[in-house]
Design a protein around this ligand. Structure first.
Ligand code: DGJ
Length: 731
């Protein structure tokens, strides 16, 4: 049992392998949050919360004579609004009479086996039958409105999923203006915020900030989770490091605009409110209807970031990615984008494919430029018919030849977008998001299709289901190359325009759901100009996401490092590309490029014909080496071996088999210096009493030695040197 209820104390306790989460229903029906932290079986945490009259902290009507009782300083499971708690609210809604208020009390709860689902939204699912669900119902004191709080407990993984449903049980419509997935109050302790900011070509860079007495906001208003602020955040103790210290993770399963507010109040209590962004949001909830928020995955680690990351990695591996490709070896792909951009023909593609196949690559992915009048990025988006000038006879001749080479075929699409210079736009100018009487904003000269409309989604479903049905396609790269703006739908009345931002993302999910369910044999890769929509919502449908448009190996070290705090390496699209690199002009060795790309979904993105013979041979050996370690990369535990402050000098990381049978140690030196300190890293996840042989040598070490004394790398020199060492347990 991971969810416990005691009728005597009225405590609800959620238990995971290493954490305890507790709430209590007080005699007046207030649902108080009493504890979230290290596991403490049998504890009744009500004793932690002493009450005092704090002044200017209002008292609910039924406790008006108890000045020490105030929602303003009570840790709560989910806040009401305009009812005496002046901190960041989880909820904001307007009743039919125009009043803004919600004052919530406990009305009942239910504990059930399995994991709840959320209609129309991606959400963690219960693979293996071990999850349990708690639903707590709260009711508003003065209206027939109910709030249902959902908790899905994944005991072994130390993850608690949360989501919220708002039910209009009345006879008039209400308007929701904010509805967070969760509110978590952390009343004691000193905390910092670790979040992952960036930009196009440099996504998810960790930034660690102290918390002041203010509200720190991590948000995207771009209609996508964004390059700029990933929705995943960590609240950690000031002494938290990779392998020590307390930290809490908050991972929204949501791909649209998002907002996480972290408020430290005057009594030093920290409140985290997280969910979709309420900017431009106003949802009309008719009588009898429900509104479901996206869910957020909470996780706690008392042993630093590394453990927290692995908890999320397993959660994503087993309970978020629904694709059957997770756990299976993936093909090694070659993508033509950086080799040709849109300037290609069947013959030019085959020329690249032939060389790639000869070196061991077994999947060819044709990128942007194969459809409509798509010669530049100014035209063609929306017209999903093969451009026969480039590909005479359609896709069949190309796929046929690839099959002869032993290669599968993959294709690029960008469903949500349209160019004005397209047959689709000429036929349906009303299908784009655009405010009346205003010119739209352009991004890459394209407009955003109105994904709230069923007719738009049906058109797209028609195009892509036909494409997948009529051709032997085993891989789809789903791109999205601009931020959403001009959020206005021609299909909705004025009073419902506030629903468009949320409904846009629901529309994307609907199309993804239809296509991924109908074509389970196709591996879908997410992409948004690189990693502009790298989040757990997309990973539900697309088990890998192109991590960044920056393919420079040294830049990728930092991007993949930051991404790994929340997301597992096997979800990160990573390719070896040409040198000098197209984004930075930097030259790195083929070996270093391979070491970095292997820590993602390994592939190539260059014309291999242009390599010298010696480099081609190196690629062949690299592919052989990759195939040898691929099961470990896919199934092993991932460990960062750097602390943030070492990152300027080197990057080191490890994959360790779960049974301790082998480990792959990776190092890239980013800044070689004369007479430099030696780099020593302590390995993780080995069997202490066992011996390990360094593959390709006679050297052996004990697991205990490698984990406590570590491994000292030889002095490396040159530009960005690297090593990849495999330690194999001697049976
Ligand atoms: C952005 C992607 O990230 C690239 O890999 C490539 O697919 C281009 N779009 C194509 O337009």
């Amino acid at each position: 049992m991971s969810i416990l209820y005691s009728p005597e104390t009225r405590l609800l306790t959620l238990r995971t392998a290493h954490s305890t989460y507790q709430m209590d229903i007080d005699e007046g029906g207030f649902l108080r949050h009493t504890y979230y932290g290290a596991r403490a079986d049998g504890a009744d945490f009500r004793y932690l919360h002493r009450r005092y009259d704090r002044g200017f902290a209002g008292n609910p009507a039924e406790r008006r004579n108890d000045r020490a009782f105030s929602l303003d300083n009570m840790p709560q499971e989910y806040t009401g609004f305009n009812a005496g708690d002046y901190r960041t609210p989880a909820l904001c809604l307007v009743h039919a009479d125009g009043s803004y208020a919600a004052d919530l009390r406990y009305a009942g709860h239910e504990i059930r086996k399995g994991k709840y689902a959320l209609p129309g939204l991606p959400a963690a699912f219960d693979r293996g039958g071990a999850a349990e669900t708690l639903v707590v119902t709260l009711r508003d004191t003065a209206s027939p409105l109910q709030i249902r709080l959902y908790y899905g407990v994944f005991e072994e993984l130390d993850v608690i999923a949360r989501a919220t449903e708002i039910v209009n049980g009345g006879e008039s419509a209400v308007y929701i203006e904010k509805a967070a997935s969760a509110c978590v109050d952390i009343p004691y302790g000193k905390w910092e915020l670790l979040h992952f900011q960036g930009r196009h070509c440099m996504e998810r860079q960790p930034e660690r900030l102290p918390l002041g007495h203010d509200v720190q906001v991590v948000e995207s208003r771009r209609g996508a989770s964004s390059h700029h602020h990933n929705p995943f955040v960590i609240v950690c103790a000031p002494d938290a490091r990779e392998y020590s210290g307390e930290c809490y993770g908050f991972m929204p399963v949501w791909s649209g605009s998002h907002k996480t507010e972290v408020e430290t109040d005057s009594l030093e209590s920290v409140r985290v409110v997280t969910g979709f962004h309420e900017s431009q949001f106003r949802w009309k909830l008719e009588p009898g209807e429900s509104f479901f928020t996206p869910e957020v995955l909470l996780s706690y680690s008392a042993e630093g970031f590394s453990r927290l990351s692995r908890q999320y990695h397993d959660m994503i591996r087993y309970h978020i990615c629904k694709s059957s490709y997770v756990g299976k070896p993936r093909k090694i792909l070659i993508n033509n984008w950086e080799a040709t951009f849109m300037n290609f023909t069947t013959e030019r593609l085959l020329n690249i494919a032939r060389q790639a196949a000869a070196l061991g690559v077994d999947l060819f992915v044709m990128d942007d430029g194969w459809f409509g009048a798509r010669d530049t990025d100014d035209a063609g988006l929306g017209d999903w018919v093969v451009n026969e000038r480039k590909l005479p006879g359609g896709l069949a001749p190309l796929i046929g030849e690839l099959k002869k080479l032993g290669m599968d075929f993959g294709i690029w699409i960008e469903p949500e977008m349209v160019n004005e210079d397209s047959d689709l736009f000429r036929a349906h100018p009303e299908w784009v998001l655009k405010a009346p009487n205003r010119p739209p904003m352009y991004g890459r000269n394209q407009l955003v299709l109105d994904m709230t409309r069923a007719d738009v989604r049906d058109y797209l479903y028609g195009c892509f289901s036909k494409l997948l049905r009529e051709n032997d396609i085993s891989y789809v790269k789903w791109d999205m190359n601009r931020s959403v703006s001009d959020v206005f739908s021609n299909a909705l009345p004025a009073e419902r325009q506030g629903e468009v931002p949320f409904r846009y993302t629901l529309g994307v999910y609907d199309l993804l759901e239809r296509l991924t369910s109908e074509f389970p044999g196709v591996l879908f890769e997410g992409c948004a100009g690189g990693g502009g929509r790298f989040d757990a919502g997309m990973l539900y449908y697309t088990p890998q996401i192109w991590c960044s448009d920056d393919t420079d190996a040294i830049e990728r070290l930092d991007i993949q490092y930051g991404t790994s705090f929340g997301y597992p390496p096997f979800t990160m699209g990573a390719h070896v590309s040409a040198c000098p690199n197209q984004q930075t002009g930097r030259t790195t060795s083929m070996f270093t490029r391979g070491v970095v790309a292997m820590s993602g979904t390994f592939g190539y993105e260059l014309d291999l014909n242009r390599l010298a013979q010696s480099e081609k041979e190196e690629v062949q050996l690299q592919i052989e080496a990759f195939r040898k370690v691929e099961p470990l990369l896919r199934n092993g535990d991932y460990y960062r071996l750097n602390e943030l402050e070492d990152l300027g000098y080197y990057s080191a990381w490890e994959f360790a088999a779960r049974d301790g049978s082998e480990a792959l140690l990776n190092l890239v030196v980013k800044h070689v210096r004369a007479n430099a300190p030696l780099i020593n890293v302590r390995l993780k996840g080995l069997t202490p009493g066992a011996s390990y042989r360094l593959d390709g040598s006679e050297e052996t070490y004990s697991g205990a030695a490698l984990m406590s004394g570590g491994y000292t790398f030889p002095m490396l020199w040159g530009d960005y040197p690297s090593m990849q060492l495999r330690f194999v347990r001697v049976e």
